[in-house]
Design a protein around this ligand. Structure first.
Ligand SMILES: Nc1nc2c(ncn2[C@@H]2O[C@@H]3COP(=O)(O)O[C@H]4[C@@H](O)[C@H](n5cnc6c(=O)[nH]c(N)nc65)O[C@@H]4COP(=O)(O)O[C@H]3[C@H]2O)c(=O)[nH]1
Length: 723
């Protein structure tokens, strides 16, 4: 209560009120002063108008009893003085003057009352009391007005400086109030919105949701409702701002609002609401969400999102008895780019690869970056292997084209493993893992290409683990053997060399061929130990044949990618040759094109060292992989081995358009030795001979055999040559 009245000047204690009596008649002055003092007022006197002005200027009075007609300075002049100086003191005119004009002049100047001399003391006292009461009320009223104004200003300030848009709507949804915030946040002037329907500022796609919430809040009574909406704004860069809008209904009984005719009845008269700009928060949330499910470099879905989509696709495929394919993609030469051109270029390459891949996919396919240079591809609704094959080829071809990174032109290949639902798995993990296994089979041969997962790749991980364990033991248990396939001089039919091919004599499964375990050995890096063993064994066995008189016999050995990529590859090889005293010129190492292209610069150095020591180098499976002429002349290569798929294409001796023609012609042009692999028929042999291909390998002359059988063959070949 005290606080409330603080602004009201209640200084007029009527009994203690300070009065000024002004008259030019001294006697009258003192009698009036005495009367007032006797009635508990404080009363000063001023003799004449001028004296009154001096006193009024110095002292604040609650009431002036003022004579009008005074010689020096009239009562009217005193009143003018008061109004000029804004001296807000109540005035009662006590005068003998009773002309209408004098009285009305005094009242016009703000006199409270008029008392004609001579007056009755009671009448004067009553008039004084009355004027003081009136002045007190007036003061209280003024103070209340000031407080009200301040309070209104404060509320206006609070509402307008709210961080939110604050608004009120009438029952029809038209703005009846909106704060200034709407101008800075949405760019509207509030005048243009008042009277407009709220729908005018709601983004079209949100209008329906909004109408539900606004209606609902009216219908359900008191409930506060919150909704997130896009509001339309002025200026293009703000077009997509997001707001959290909270609304609740206003009832007729709400404080400060006009009551309904029947005030006992609560009626809804509109809606009150706030709209908070949550664009930044939304964007941050979206970014966090995006980050959780995407790879930030390529902006592709990440592993988690891929698995999620695959899981949905599997459910869909099950329900609709449809197929789907999962592809596991691994870039073949990414490491080289990253190591030689730096990570920034590596990143650019990954971005370009993603873009190319995305461009060859359909809507509904999911491409994800699985990590590093690995990508996975989900192709829903694929029912035939043929369709999957087409896409795999497309993917391979699209990445075969060179990538321009700054001033560099780089080539990357891709190895693609494919797992078809439900043949290669029925759940997310199986399909991804089997596509990965299939990809390793492609990698194992060091070439870009694709391969479908098949059961022979050893389906389950427990199976993989078993093979891995068995493979580790196989070396200790001496279960590996080196078989030798003869390489024949087509003109003479004599054996000029042998290719060492590993076989695994598994105690339970019998002979296992390299295609079944080499990829896993490559994946687990066991290949290094196995290859070392093959080289040692073959060197030892073939050396014994050389020592037995077959001094020209050539030993061709396959080298795996991880073996060749090893930094000490050259030294290790020399060490082994030395250990078995194996003549380097009798050794030919077989590498696939992609092994070479994986790290061309280092490969040039490494192979040059080998060639300097007399070791010959053959490109295996020529024509299936990278097939770029560009590198051939940079490398010390001696032999091209035509891949057996091209040899199989030779149907008869007048076959004209086959690829073999081109490869042989090219090898001749580059003065390279050429070995045709996989020769199975006389027709093929004849045709190759006619092209000038003089070294032949294939079942036509014999499969790979154990060492003891091979030396017999060599002996007999040498014998027939001699005879
Ligand atoms: N259909 C048909 N096939 C023929 C014919 N002539 C030869 N072959 C087979 O073709 C493959 C030729 O070897 P490759 O291309 O180097 O391909 C080899 C090679 O890349 C890899 N490999 C074999 N031994 C080793 C090894 O000791 N170390 C490494 N790193 N890889 C090896 O495994 C692959 C497969 O070896 P194999 O199963 O022994 O299969 C051998 C051979 O048995 C023919 O007339 N018709």
């Amino acid at each position: 209560m005290k606080a409330e009245n603080r602004d009201i000047d209640l200084s007029i204690n009527i009994n203690k009120a300070r009065l000024l009596v002004v008259d030019d008649e001294e006697r009258l002055l003192t009698s009036l002063q005495e009367l007032l003092i006797a009635n508990n007022y404080q009363a000063d006197i001023a003799l004449g108008g001028k004296n009154a002005c001096v006193k009024l200027a110095k002292q604040q009075y609650d009431l002036v009893l003022l004579d009008l007609r005074m010689g020096d300075f009239s009562g009217h002049q005193v009143m003018d003085f008061m109004s000029e100086r804004q001296i807000d003191t109540a005035t009662i005119v006590v005068s003998g003057e009773s002309s209408f004009s004098a009285v009305s002049k005094a009242l016009r100047r703000g006199a409270y009352d008029y008392l004609k001399k001579p007056y009755v003391p009671e009448e004067l006292l009553a008039t004084v009391d009355n004027a003081l009461q009136k002045k007190l009320l007036e003061k209280a009223h003024n103070a209340m007005q000031v407080r009200l104004k301040k309070s209104e200003e404060l509320h206006r300030y609070i509402v307008n400086s709210s961080p939110d848009i604050v608004f009120m709507l009438d029952r029809e949804g038209r703005f009846t109030f909106i704060n200034n915030k709407v101008e800075s946040v949405l760019g509207y002037h509030k005048r243009e919105l008042l009277g407009q329907h709220y729908g005018a500022i709601i983004n079209d796609k949100d209008v329906e949701r909004a109408s539900y919430i606004f209606k609902d809040s009216e219908q359900s009574g008191r409930t506060t409702r919150t909704i997130e909406l896009h509001l339309k704004s002025r200026g293009e860069n703000r077009a997509q701002r997001f707001f959290e809008v909270t609304v609740f209904p206003i009832e007729s009984t709400a404080p400060g609002l006009k009551s309904a005719p029947d005030s006992s009845l609560k009626q809804l008269i509109g809606t009150y609401g706030t709209a908070r700009d949550i664009t930044e928060r939304k964007e941050a949330e979206e970014f966090i969400n995006f980050q959780a499910y995407h790879d930030l470099l390529t902006r592709l879905p990440n592993r988690a999102l891929f698995k999620d989509r695959l899981s949905l696709a599997i459910t869909h495929a099950k329900r609709n008895t449809q197929g789907l394919a999962v592809m596991f993609l691994d870039l073949d030469r990414f490491k080289v780019v990253n190591d030689t051109l730096g990570h920034a270029m590596g990143d650019r390459l990954l971005q370009s690869v993603s873009m190319r891949l995305e461009n060859c996919l359909r809507e509904g396919d999911t491409l994800s970056r699985f990590g590093g240079d690995e990508f996975t591809l989900l192709l829903p609704d694929i029912s035939s292997k043929e369709d999957a094959r087409k896409i795999a080829r497309k993917v391979i071809n699209v990445l075969k084209e060179p990538f321009i990174l700054g001033e560099h032109e780089v080539f990357v290949g891709v190895s693609v493993g494919i797992a078809m639902y439900d043949e290669a798995g029925t759940n997310v993990e199986q399909l991804i893992q089997n596509a990965d296994i299939a990809m390793y089979h492609v990698k194992g041969r060091g070439k870009d290409g694709y391969q479908f997962y098949s059961d022979t790749m050893n389906v389950t991980s427990s199976n993989r683990l078993k093979i891995e364990r068995d493979m580790r033991n196989a070396l200790d248990n001496k279960e590996f053997r080196v078989y030798y396939q003869p390489q024949i001089n087509a003109a003479t039919g004599g054996i000029i060399g042998v290719e060492a091919l590993i076989r695994w004599h598994h105690p339970e499964r019998g002979i296992i061929y390299p295609s079944e375990f080499i990829p896993l050995a490559e994946e687990t890096k066991l290949i290094v130990d196995i290859s070392e063993w093959v080289l040692k064994t073959a060197c030892a066995e073939v050396k014994s044949w050389i020592d037995a008189g077959h001094s020209d016999i050539r030993l061709a050995v396959n080298f795996s990618p991880s073996q060749v990529e090893h930094p000490r590859f050259v030294n290790m090889l020399f060490k082994q040759l030395k250990e078995y005293n194996f003549p380097p010129e009798n050794l030919e190492i077989e590498l696939t094109e992609n092994v070479i292209m994986n790290d061309l610069e280092h490969m040039i150095q490494k192979l040059s060292k080998l060639a300097d020591h007399g070791i010959t180098i053959a490109i295996d499976d020529f024509g299936t992989g990278y097939s770029s002429l560009n590198y051939l002349h940079k490398l010390p290569i001696h032999t091209l081995k035509v891949d057996q798929s091209f040899v199989h294409d030779i149907q008869n001796a007048d076959n004209e358009a086959c690829i073999v023609n081109a490869i042989v012609a090219m090898a001749h042009g580059l003065k390279l030795n050429i070995v045709a692999e996989g020769v199975e028929t006389a027709n093929q042999l004849e045709y190759l001979k006619s092209l000038g291909c003089h070294e032949i390998q294939g079942f036509f002359f014999g499969k790979a055999r154990p060492a003891d059988e091979t030396i017999l063959l060599i002996n007999s070949s040498a014998h027939s040559k001699a005879s």
